[in-house]
Design a protein around this ligand. Structure first.
Ligand code: BV8
Ligand code: ZN
Length: 249
């Protein structure tokens, strides 16, 4: 990881954000890394080191061993209770407040299933891959409250006695249509796109920044490493979210 970005790059990024009436934030696991949530690829540390994401974050994995998969999500939900939003989340919330004072706005499209943007004071427009807090019923429209995600044994639906599952999008599952439409609208209508902490490998979400690039929208990327989206960036700040976002916002 390089040292802190040059002042000229920071100034360029800040200028693009100031000039944009509508900033869309597109965040991935790197947004929450400094809060202590392992990014998806190293999410399988410790207890889950001997499982593959494909065995846990897929419908096949769920049908094969629902108690194992429920336990993985329960542990992730419990971990979420022990951590806080980081300075990056707070900087994004500050940006939303600042923009609304000047007649502008900030949209947030996140691939993350945690609630740290919300707990930092932001409103999230689209959770593309669902949310880890609050399970849903496999058979009816029932959605449980966040505490239910911490149940040690898989709870049954109080409305239809069906099986409750994590309200996330697994590999091989469609993204929720409302989230997808909201995200597409935000990315197509924004005047600057701020990409924070995503490797850009999980589709179709990773294809969204291309819509902004095709429209000539300025793109700022915050990521200590290059990503699949770096070629689209007007400016790439090679630094972490919690260090550079407060500096530019
Ligand atoms: C679908 C919820 C089809 C669950 C998640 C081959 C080619 C292309 C696509 C595919 C393919 N084979 C299969 C597919 C499709 C597949 C896919 O994209 N696979 C990938 C792995 C190749 N996609 C799907 O299955 C999607 N559905 O395609 O449906 C369909 C069509 C019709 C009908 C039916 C079905 C569904 C994908 C959603 C999966 N669910 N999450 C859970 O959380 O358990 S995805 C999960 O992984 C996360 O939500 C997140 O979105 C993703 C990880 O991506 P990132 O967020 O980018 O995180 P990552 O760890 O990768 O990177 C972190 C980045 O942060 C790094 O760049 C790092 O440098 C940076 N960073 C680190 N620290 C910091 C930092 N940045 C800033 N600050 C820091 N401190
Ligand atoms: Zn039900």
């Amino acid at each position: 990881m390089s040292d802190f970005p040059a002042a000229s790059l920071l100034a360029q990024a800040a200028g693009l954000i100031v000039d944009a009436e509508h900033v869309c934030v597109f965040s991935g696991a790197g947004m929450s890394a400094e809060s202590g949530i392992p990014t998806f690829r190293d999410a399988l540390t410790g207890l889950w080191a001997n499982h593959r994401p494909e065995d846990l974050a897929t419908p096949e994995g769920w049908h094969r061993d629902p108690d194992l998969v429920w336990g993985w999500y329960r542990d992730r939900a419990a971990n979420l209770r022990t951590i806080e939003p980081n300075a990056g989340h707070r900087a994004v919330a500050d940006l939303s407040r600042a923009k609304s004072l000047t007649g502008g706005r900030v949209s947030i499209v996140t691939q993350n299933v945690d609630d740290l943007h919300e707990r930092a004071g932001s409103t999230v427009d689209a959770h593309l891959h669902g949310r880890i807090l609050g399970p849903r019923c496999e058979f009816c429209a029932y959605r449980g409250d966040p505490d239910l995600s911490l149940a040690t044994t898989r709870p049954r639906c109080p409305d239809c006695t069906g099986s409750l599952r994590p309200d996330v999008v697994w590999f091989g599952e469609m993204l929720p249509e409302r989230e997808w439409i909201t995200a597409t609208d935000a990315i197509e209508s924004c005047s600057a796109l701020l990409i924070i902490g995503t490797s850009g490998v999980v589709h179709p979400a990773a294809g969204l920044p291309m819509l902004a690039a095709e429209m000539g929208t300025p793109i700022i990327e915050v990521n200590p490493e290059p990503s699949a989206l770096t070629p689209l960036a007007t400016v790439h700040l090679e630094a972490t979210a919690a260090t550079v976002l407060p500096a530019i916002i």
